[in-house]
Design a protein around this ligand. Structure first.
Ligand SMILES: Nc1ncnc2c1ncn2[C@@H]1O[C@H](COP(=O)(O)OP(=O)(O)OP(=O)(O)O)[C@@H](O)[C@H]1O
Length: 717
């Protein structure tokens, strides 16, 4: 029997030989440009050599991650990149090639002709270890190599999963391009990883007609985009455009804060109609006769003829700016028939065009619209109530250059840019991650960037929170292109979160997302969920102490903190001299990271400390889902630091949304009961029982100063 050492030595010899051929190829490519006959050819060759060099992968990368031996005795090495010897013989098959499919597809139930899978663990191109899986002998779907990979420590950037892609994931990666593929699944099922590997796969399969620049990946926020940014370059696919959803909009000053109910209205699809009508309303009406001074002569254009030119421009299937050019051409032609010469760029024709069809910019138009109740009312038509129109109205800055824009304004500006100038940059394939949270107007912004309707949509309804929290994919798909059929495909196995923390999180599912099936966890974690109940005054200090312990053990730590606890936690970090990275500054990667529950979406850490779950639940209309997100960010340890319930299942107490002008919804006895339970929980956590009577007396005195009339009792309900 061959010893393990001998096996490794034999494989290492193969790895060394393949690496030599790779180096030789790299040298040849580096010399290529100098062989060119002239500068243009040299530039062309340099571009070719660069691209071919990238396709070889990094110089110190292992040549292969696996090997398959089939039933017929044939052996194939699988790597990230193709390697040939000097005679053109393939030494390592790249993972996208059909010859590599067996590596991903073979399973105990369906060996697909594969007898043995051999996985290599390497440092650079040196083999540290190998694991053999004889397909006929394994009973488990999860192999040892995958488990080893899952328990590796995390950093601030996501890693590729090429070597351990699972069969169900592979099926989605290689699914045909001409569809809207919805990849859904619980936290940590690999949705994001699969979507990104799918991009690499599609780029390889369609390399004849697609390049990396033909693909756009849209993520929820800048930290997430940075987090996933290394995967495609590591797979050899440089140049894919990655953007957070807000960066789809024109580059304008941001940061305006506005009431939630206003943002909600602005996100709705009916805003598209309002904007189109507002733009249309800028088109003027001609006078009965238009008298122009052209080339020193007065020319009179009958109003009817001008109106006809205007109607033709209106009817053209062009964006606003294109139709404006059409109107100008038509009016110039009318002048020419009277003067016998083309008026060229005559000012007076230009002035008439400007009066009838004024030039527009998205920012100028939106500022004028939101700043005028009359314009809003006219554009709103029957689609908005007077209260909604009033909510949309705002005073603009005194100058357009001083205007700042809210997050909900951004898709409106994008929509207007599209209406005025037509489709901007479009892509052959668009991936949109965390799609379950996007507003209809944001989804329209994504949709218009797809040239053909080929999309990969990634998300999880159980993690759908915020203003647009959804319970069905139809609510998302209705705003996306319908040129191709949509297919919703689930991923079942949870690779990130181990058994113990997932059990803690899954207790929320019946409340957070009834009907959603929990993921099937593939491994045990290193510890049970730690629950640390403390008084309010100790909350931040304890959270920081727990985080520090994990950091000292070499773990990459995330503290998920609701907004109200952020300042105390920052202060506690500072007073303990702990350096931390903050996701709200777009950073991630220190050993301790501070993030809000919303920013936590899509991210992961070796150890997660969740601060005050009750507040996380109370901070969102779907607060239980937000807490579910927070609790499922760990690949190992989970700690909850709280004053009350670590996993609150009660309905959250939320401020009720109200649009200006609308009367308050009745505050029922049940509302009173919920609020009282919430306040009692806070009090219990914050103060010793002996002081409760004093605190309550003070609350009463604050709310009902001496002489004030006691408010009415709550209505029954
Ligand atoms: N086949 C695999 N091999 C190795 N690691 C994997 C595999 N599939 C998923 N993972 C790992 O599991 C973790 C979760 O993956 P990913 O972030 O893609 O999940 P997700 O479904 O998008 O999660 P969320 O819904 O929380 O955003 C990552 O660390 C990823 O590398």
């Amino acid at each position: 029997m061959v010893s393990r050492e001998a096996d490794i030595a034999a494989e290492q010899a193969y790895f060394d030989e393949a690496a030599e051929h790779r180096d030789r190829r790299r040298d040849t490519l580096a010399r290529l440009p100098s062989a060119a006959a002239h500068t243009a050819a040299a530039a062309h060759l340099r571009r070719y050599a660069d691209a071919a060099g990238r396709a070889l992968g990094a110089a110190d990368e292992a040549v292969a991650f696996g090997r398959i031996d089939d039933e017929a005795g044939e052996t194939r090495y699988i790597g990230r990149h193709l390697i040939r010897d000097a005679g053109g013989e393939v030494l390592v098959v790249n993972w996208h090639a059909p010859a590599a499919a067996g590596w991903f597809e073979a399973s105990a139930e369906n060996p697909a002709g594969v007898r043995r899978k051999r996985a290599f663990t390497c440092t650079g191109n040196t083999i540290d270890d190998l694991t053999d899986t004889i397909l006929a002998e394994i009973a488990e779907a999860v192999d040892a190599h995958l488990l080893a990979e899952l328990s590796r420590g995390r950093t601030g950037t996501m890693r590729d999963i090429v070597a351990t892609i699972q069969a169900a994931q592979f099926a989605l990666i290689r699914a045909p391009r001409d569809q809207v593929l919805v990849i859904e699944g619980g936290p940590g099922t690999g949705k994001t990883a699969v979507a990104l590997h799918r991009v690499s796969w599609l780029l390889f399969q369609h390399r004849a007609d697609w390049s990396a620049a033909d693909v756009l990946v849209v993520g929820p926020h800048p930290t997430f985009v940075r987090y996933i940014g290394q995967i495609l370059p590591a797979l050899g696919d440089d140049g894919v455009e990655l953007r957070d959803v807000d960066r789809l909009a024109p580059d304008v000053p941001r940061g305006r804060v506005e009431p939630d109910e206003v943002a909600r209205i602005k996100g709705e699809a009916r805003m598209a109609g309002l904007l189109a009508r507002a733009l249309d309303a800028r088109i003027g009406v001609p006078d009965p006769a238009e008298r122009l001074l052209v080339g020193g002569r007065f020319v009179t254009l009958p109003g009817a003829e001008v109106a006809e030119a205007l109607a033709a421009a209106r009817a053209a299937a062009l964006p606003y700016a294109g139709r404006r050019r059409l109107l100008r051409d038509r009016l110039a032609a009318l002048v020419a028939t009277r003067t016998g010469t083309d008026p060229g760029r005559a000012d007076e024709v230009g002035n008439l065009v400007e009066r009838l069809w004024p030039q527009q910019t998205p920012t100028g138009l939106l500022r004028d619209l939101l700043g005028s109740t009359a314009r809003l009312r006219a554009a709103a038509g029957d689609a908005f109530t007077p209260a909604e129109v009033a909510a949309l109205h705002r005073r603009g800055a005194d100058r357009l250059s001083r205007e700042t824009w809210s997050a909900a304004d951004l898709p409106l500006l994008d929509e207007l840019a599209h209406l005025v100038d037509g489709p901007g940059r479009q892509y052959a394939h668009v991936v949109v991650d965390e799609a379950q949270d996007l507003s209809p107007m944001q989804l329209r912004a994504v949709a218009r960037r797809s040239a053909t309707g080929s999309l990969t949509v990634v998300g999880d309804l159980a993690q759908s929170t915020g203003r647009w929290a959804r319970d069905s994919w139809d609510e998302v798909l209705t705003h996306l292109p319908a040129a191709h059929p949509a297919k919703i495909t689930p991923l079942r196995y949870g690779y990130r979160v181990p058994r113990q923390p997932y059990a803690t999180a899954a207790a929320l599912l019946p409340v957070a997302a009834p009907g959603v099936t929990p993921v099937e966890v593939v491994r045990d974690g290193p510890a049970d969920t730690g629950v640390h109940r403390v008084g309010l005054s100790e909350l931040a200090a304890r959270a920081v102490a727990v985080a520090r312990e994990h950091a000292e053990a070499g773990r990459f730590v995330g503290i998920v903190c609701p907004p109200r606890q952020r300042r105390p936690v920052e202060a506690a970090l500072a007073s303990n001299g702990i350096a931390w990275s903050s996701a709200d500054r777009g950073e991630l990667g220190g050993s301790v990271n501070l993030i809000s529950p919303q920013e936590a979406k899509g991210l992961e850490f070796d150890a997660v400390v969740v601060v005050e779950p009750v507040e996380i639940v109370a901070s969102d209309e779907r607060g239980h889902r937000l807490l579910y997100v927070a609790l499922t960010r760990t690949t190992g340890h989970l700690d909850i630091v709280c004053t009350g319930d670590p996993v609150p299942l009660d309905a959250p107490v939320l401020p009720r949304p109200r649009v200006d002008g609308e009367t308050d919804a009745p505050f029922t006895r049940r509302d009173a009961h919920r609020l009282a339970a919430h306040l009692a929980g806070q009090l219990r956590g914050a103060a010793p029982p002996a002081s409760w009577a004093d605190v309550l007396a003070e609350v009463r005195a604050t709310l009902l100063p001496a002489g004030a009339v006691s408010p009415e009792r709550p209505a029954d309900g």
